[in-house]
Design a protein around this ligand. Sequence first.
Ligand SMILES: Cc1cc2nc3c(=O)[nH]c(=O)nc-3n(C[C@H](O)[C@H](O)[C@H](O)COP(=O)(O)OP(=O)(O)OC[C@H]3O[C@@H](n4cnc5c(N)ncnc54)[C@H](O)[C@@H]3O)c2cc1C
Length: 409
Amino acid sequence: MQQSRCDIIILGGGPTGLALALALGGIGAEVLVIEARPLEQLADDAHDGRVTAIAAASQRMLEAIGAWEGMAAQAQPILDIEVGEPGTIGRVHYDHAELDEGPLGWIVENRLIRRALIAALAACPGVTVEAPARAATIDRDPSFVRLTLEDGTRAQAPLLAVCEGRFSTTRGRLGIRARQKRYGQTGIVCTLAHEKPHHGLAVERFFADGPFAMLPMIGSADDPHRSSIVWALEDGLAADVGALAGDAFAAEVQARFGDMYGRLTLSGRRWSYPLVLVRAESYTTDRVALVGDTACGIHPIAGQGWNLALRDVAALAEITADRLRLGLDPGDAAALAAYAGWRRFDGTTLVAVTDGINGLFANDVFPLALARETGLAMVEHLPPAKRFFMRHAMGLLGDLPRTMRGALV
Ligand SMILES: Cc1cc2nc3c(=O)[nH]c(=O)nc-3n(C[C@H](O)[C@H](O)[C@H](O)COP(=O)(O)OP(=O)(O)OC[C@H]3O[C@@H](n4cnc5c(N)ncnc54)[C@H](O)[C@@H]3O)c2cc1C
């Protein structure tokens, strides 16, 4: 029976698990990734139709760990963001030129992010990816986590990182409870081609029945001007809208979005994602760290979920790398306390912010409507507040790990 010993075992080879493997593989750590699905399936066009808004600090981190090069040519810079409530004075326009930090972020297709991460891992001889594979048993003693995979392969490491996404089964298996809140909303995602260029503008509109985002994409040979939409609607309404014929669907979007980009047409298929908030009660347990959506899966209203996950990755990679360099145990209580302490506030804040914004804009009670309208109008006319929110969205605030400041792991 095969048996391997490594520095860290990562359960889940989604974007978070692969980024963690790359960050640690890049410093020569021995890493084992166990992913339930075949890797080719994860990077396939048919697997995920979403794009991700990658904040400026996350882009620096992806560059530092060697993943950015593989996606840079397909990354659309976000130069402006417009947030508003149609039919009211509530509107904010963020312009990257107001800060001296480059674009506010980038839009990259999820399948291209996965492909870039998988390609970059090929340069890390210390990283082994077992896929498709699952852990049949997980045992812990004071010094190690020991796993037996379903095919009988055995592995052990001083640290286990669980990156299985918001519906992780290992989280509960290891005794960490998670709070779940179903929003009763579905996110409809698709690509729309349009007649006029977007000039790098990302638009977020808050309609009474749910938030709507239009995210600029790099043009393709067939569609030189295109954007990806994320349209959150109450589940029943989303099913009805999703079932409309392509032309009728595009006309419905056009009616909401207006003529700013000329005529909109559907390009490719539509995708649906149930929107659920998941918050683990703890980031860690003995020899185990929860990372990314497994620890904190938030509403996509602010396009921050994977950015939050990458801050988890950057923090855990930094703590682990420092301890490995010093010959210290990367999974002992001190290391795990450092990780949980570093990440708790950021996670709690984003859960509160995204949940709060969604609740505020999904509610048409007059005082709330007035509050959000005047709130947006105030930010628009207060340059310091505007710059603060821009820097927050860019991931530039707080106690940032080294890679997010452009340094190496
Ligand atoms: C509609 C929508 C739009 C979004 N837009 C943005 C955005 O613009 N910007 C942003 O930052 N974030 C965005 N997000 C959030 C982002 O998609 C997530 O934060 C990100 O996918 C989390 O990655 P992950 O690897 O933690 O989890 P996942 O993507 O869920 O990956 C988990 C992986 O673990 C594997 N797995 C699960 N269980 C097991 C097991 N038992 N054993 C082995 N493997 C297992 C799965 O097969 C999967 O590959 C959006 C989310 C939604 C729903």
